[in-house]
Design a protein around this ligand. Structure first.
Ligand code: NOJ
Length: 740
């Protein structure tokens, strides 16, 4: 009883059960002491000077002075215990000693880099994805970093867009699950733990739908499509407690995301009741001027804050304009209080007011500089991300005693490139990275020989190295060709109009093929590439993405069969650029193409199949999996029932292996047209050779809901196809009726 009185008394004073002030109360108290300029200062983020990840304007000396005056709330691209400490010391000279938040693009690993994100998605392994972010967070936090600008949860259906490498591909369901796993990994046991960083769901919103796949381009789509396809991963992230959001460079139906009230105020902070804060993307507040949405910086600042942007990354608009806007009565001071309050809340939650230097710790940094356990995990994760596209004649797995193996191609001895696009923690650390050559060499029998020839450069027309490569191939029993696109050819501002192998790599492949030697082709890329000649002529193809610090070992583990590949494509691979966008869950038309020969008056190209070259969910194994007929608990359901679905998968081949069993549905008729297939579940199962596993799924009406033309989210009774299969094309189907 006494305790109840205490609690009531405490809560009347705004204190928690232990008689301490709540964070809300601490924030309110602090805000009451702050000047307008100091509050706006919390909303300002600058980049450090060494690793700019955008077009920096910095005058470093001036920035340092501003920090001392409490005019800066956060820095990005500042890392390392020494550097973060020295910046934090400046903040501690400010009147109210409010600590800085340090943000960084920790996108696919930090000191230990992991496969590029699209490659990680190909593992369909949520546990491993979460663990990779746990490691990334532990390493980054040990380097003084409080906050990562990840995960990117943009759904993307256009492989010309360079940033597909940073996301989870074309599917909303898969993308949502992966986004949640990443947030859990980054934020670990919760903000304030010394091994957790704040996560950031980005880029809010629809950045992946840029017209023509050109980075930063406009987005024009129905609100129904936006809500159904692009927003669910963000909503799920908000519900899961992601600490922050980042908005995006694009406009959505004419309104830049940075100033978009509908998505930021009505949905995110309104309907979704999100309490974290929103950072702009680099310079995006100021860029509303060239974009043609604000006539000058002043108007850009006004629109950004009205639209819900809480922190200004590097555009310097809030710093100069916001105080004026408030004084002129154009911006309600409550909006500034709200934004600064959200940011301060996170600083309290991170424990920075208790000790602003708590993340800047030499000892922890040292432990995480080259952590062998983390590398071990990276090696395994790399191998699980590889997708086997073709293995005709079972050349793979390769025997370690193959007498002479030739590795040919521009990526064979690459080191730093294996990090992939986002590798901000490094200048030159080539010695830490396992090249493909070294990885293969280390596993090949000591009586065997590994030959190497570069053959050509990544992206020029020079063929002078061809002759040497051909001679090398002739000496070998097996040739491993390593081709693709450069590691920095996918990523931010790396859209490509032609997404084939660059330079003369395909010509080199054709020349080597003429030697008649068996060829294993490894494709290095951050996105789906188009390589039809190779697909049609080379019997063995493995898609290796960019795999990170342990790349060479991960690759060798798969080539020699220590690991049986089980990756599945998270994006459809087009046949030509003219087919883009090609994605499995497209809507039907009134004149659907029936097959690839009858193209008269149907929705098809007269010169090309509608199907992709490799479908979403596709990937082979060294073993064979056989699916039994699926069993449904009922084919006629009513209301809030549950449909149980099961299938038995048998490993009939020669190796233990992992299979991703995929569940799709199709709602046959709807108030609005429904996709021809929608992923609704998947399970990755390890099945030993000769064994079988029963895999169970459940569906409830929740899984059948969609947005109608009035943005109502509900389901309709009717007929549905239930599909289970090994990829989005190879499925078995049963029809059910589900009445409301
Ligand atoms: C711009 C990118 O769009 C964003 O994803 C990144 O976090 C920032 N630059 C900071 O580097």
């Amino acid at each position: 009883m006494k305790r109840v009185y205490f609690l009531l008394a405490f809560s009347a004073l705004g204190l928690n059960a232990y008689g301490q002030k709540t964070i809300d109360q601490k924030v309110a108290e602090l805000l009451s002491k702050m000047t307008l300029e100091e509050k706006v200062g919390q909303m300002v983020q600058y980049s450090g000077f060494e690793y700019a990840t955008g077009p920096q304007k910095s005058n470093s000396a001036a920035v340092l002075e501003e920090i001392k005056k409490g005019k800066v709330g956060s820095m990005l691209n500042v890392a390392g215990s020494e550097e973060t400490r020295s910046f934090q010391k400046l903040a501690m000279q400010s009147r109210l000693k409010i600590p800085l938040l340090f943000g960084q693009d920790v996108i696919h690993g930090y000191r230990t880099t992991f496969p590029v994100n699209l490659g990680q998605a190909a593992s369909w392994d949520l546990g491993m994805i979460e663990k990779s972010e746990r490691i990334a967070a532990t390493e980054a936090a040990a380097y003084g970093i409080h906050w990562t600008f990840a995960p990117m949860v943009d759904i993307a259906r256009d492989p010309r867009w360079g940033r597909v490498m940073e996301g989870s591909g074309e599917d909303t369901y898969l993308g949502t699950k992966i986004g949640l796993a990443r947030i859990k990994g980054f934020q670990g046991r919760g903000l304030g733990s010394l091994d957790a960083v704040m996560a950031c769901a980005k880029h809010f919103a629809a950045y992946g739908a840029a017209v023509g796949g050109r980075d930063y381009n406009s987005v024009d789509m129905s609100l129904r499509q936006l809500n159904e396809t692009y927003l669910p991963p963000f909503k799920a992230a908000a519900e899961a407690g992601v600490a922050t959001f980042m908005n995006s460079f694009n406009d959505i139906n004419g309104i830049p995301a940075t100033a978009n009230k509908y998505i930021q105020r009505d949905l995110l902070k309104g309907k979704w009741n999100y309490k974290g804060f929103v950072v702009s993307d680099w310079g995006s507040i100021g860029e509303m001027v060239p974009h043609g949405y604000a006539k000058d910086a002043n108007e850009a600042g006004e629109r950004a804050i009205q639209g819900g942007s809480d922190m200004d990354m590097e555009s310097r608009v809030y710093m100069t304009e916001l105080p004026k806007l408030v004084k002129e009565g154009k911006v309600d001071p409550k909006l500034v209080d709200d934004a600064a309050g959200r940011i301060l809340t996170k600083k309290f939650e991170m424990g920075l007011f208790d000790d602003p230097y708590r993340f800047s710790n030499e000892k922890r940094q040292k432990e995480q500089t080259d952590n062998l356990e983390n590398r071990k995990f990276g090696r395994e994760f790399g191998s699980k991300s590889i997708v086997l596209l073709k293995n005709q004649g079972n050349i793979l797995p390769l025997s370690k005693t193959t007498k002479t193996v030739a590795l040919i191609g521009p990526f064979g001895k690459e080191t730093v490139a294996n990090h992939g696009f986002w590798s901000v923690a490094f200048k030159d650390d080539s010695q830490r990275i396992v090249s493909q050559f070294d990885g293969i060499k280390n596993q090949l029998d000591k009586n065997s020989t590994l030959l190497y020839a570069k053959g050509c450069n990544v992206d020029d027309q020079d063929k002078t190295q061809f002759a040497e490569a051909i001679e090398t191939a002739k000496k070998a029993d097996v040739v491993i060709m390593t081709l693709g696109e450069g590691h920095a050819m996918s990523g931010e501002a790396k859209s490509r109009s032609n997404i084939g192998f660059t330079g003369v790599q395909e010509d080199l492949l054709k020349e080597i093929a003429k030697t008649g030697k068996p060829i294993i082709l490894m494709v290095n890329a951050g996105r789906p590439l188009i390589f039809n000649w190779a697909s049609d002529n080379i019997p063995t193809i493995v898609y290796t993405w960019w795999l990170g610090t342990e790349a060479g070992n991960s690759i060798a583990d798969v080539l020699f069969g220590t690991v049986n590949p089980g990756g599945k494509l998270p994006m459809s691979f087009p046949r030509t650029e003219g087919q883009i966008p090609v994605y499995y869950n497209h809507y039907n038309t009134g004149r659907p193409a029936k097959n690839n020969t009858d193209r008269n008056y149907v929705s098809a190209y007269i010169d090309l199949d509608n199907d992709p070259k490799y479908p979403f969910g596709y990937g082979l194994s060294y073993t064979d999996f056989k699916y039994s007929d699926m069993v449904l608990s009922s084919t006629s359901l009513t209301g809030n029932q549950t449909l149980n679905i099961s299938v038995t998968v048998s490993n009939t081949g020669k190796y233990d292996g992992e299979e991703v069993v995929q569940l799709y549905i199709r709602d046959l008729f709807g108030k609005v047209v429904r996709p021809v297939k929608e992923l609704k579940g998947f399970q990755k199962v390890l099945i030993k050779k000769g064994e079988s596993k029963k895999v169970d799924f459940k569906l409830t009406p929740e899984d059948l809901k969609f947005f109608d033309d009035e943005l109502k989210f509900d389901w309709e009774g009717g007929e549905f196809d239930i599909m289970i299969g090994t990829d989005s094309q190879h499925v078995q189907t049963k029809r059910i009726n589900w009445t409301k």
